[in-house]
Design a protein around this ligand. Structure first.
Ligand SMILES: [Zn+2]
Length: 91
């Protein structure tokens, strides 16, 4: 039986404005890898792409409305303190 990999949440962080948004969550490793691979050509490629391991599947359908993602991102050391959440269409 294969070991279950943690699901990932994908956070897009702009260190210049100290703003972040949630691109996706509940991504398996393969899906997350595809996002990373294509990131160079993304319109927001100047921002940092941060992957967070989820401890469980998030129930919210819309990742931009997901409170769990926002809390996890806010606690991540990859973001400066008190980074501001913004909604963005980043898909
Ligand atoms: Zn989430």
């Amino acid at each position: 039986m294969p070991k279950r990999e943690p699901l990932k949440a994908i956070v897009i962080y702009d260190p210049n404005s100290n703003e972040y948004s949630i691109s996706a969550h509940n991504q398996d490793a393969k899906e997350a890898h595809r996002v990373i691979k294509d990131w160079n050509t993304h319109p927001l490629a100047g921002c940092l792409l941060i992957l967070l391991n989820q401890t469980e599947r998030h129930r919210t359908d819309d990742p931009q409305a997901c409170r769990t993602c926002r809390d996890a991102a806010a606690q991540s050391e990859a973001l400066y303190p008190q980074a501001r959440f913004v909604r963005r269409n980043v898909s």
